[in-house]
Design a protein around this ligand. Sequence first.
Ligand code: SAM
Length: 231
Amino acid sequence: MEAILQKGLTALNLPTENIPALLTYASMLAEKNKVMNLTAITDPANVARLHFLDSAALLTLADFHSKSVIDVGTGAGFPGLPLRILDPSIHLTLLDAQNKRIEFLREVCAALNLEDISCIHARAEEHAASHRAAYDIAVSRAVASLPVLAELCLPLVKKGGLFLAMKSTDSGEEVKSAARAVKLLGAEVQNVLDYPIPGTEITHRLVILYKISATPEKYPRTFAKIKKNPL
Ligand code: SAM
């Protein structure tokens, strides 16, 4: 795993000095995954590529320096925690609806002396009540379709901030179907960037939404309403 990270981060032009922290994180993930379901990816080479390098690639696609960043539906910490490990200037919040996952992330943060990271057990649509327009950047991977995800994430982003949705390259129709939601929530699609994961044949996609204006107060609705009737 160490060699894959060294090669992959170098290919991305990212610093390699925090690889030991990523290795500690990986071993805690492997250990905890034996007793609870954190990830379906268990082969160390795939953890390095599909979790760590996939997350790390975001640092080459947007400016995270000194930004407040929330990872919505972070699960076992992806993409947020690798981003913060590789760029310590990020002010990070990890949010998930499952408390066991948040407890695991608190253990990893403590082991790595990253106590300034906020690990919050909450649903995104409820977190917005107290953290409306509070973050420069929201990121999310593998949580919901873009029309649903936009309503969960955009209310949390400041005007002038970004929502970065990690998607597969076959998400063209999904992105189109989110156009109405993105507009109603005060944003626009700024860019759709396909990027390779170093050391693989895999290409993933980052959909970048730019927050133009405040999200109307009526959003986000309850999750039942969002799911039943996506914007
Ligand atoms: N982002 C991680 C990744 O890519 O490995 C985890 C993806 S996992 C498939 C989806 C996660 O989103 C779960 O941990 C789930 O608890 C969380 N989730 C789903 N809906 C959510 C919501 N409304 N608010 C917060 N977390 C949510």
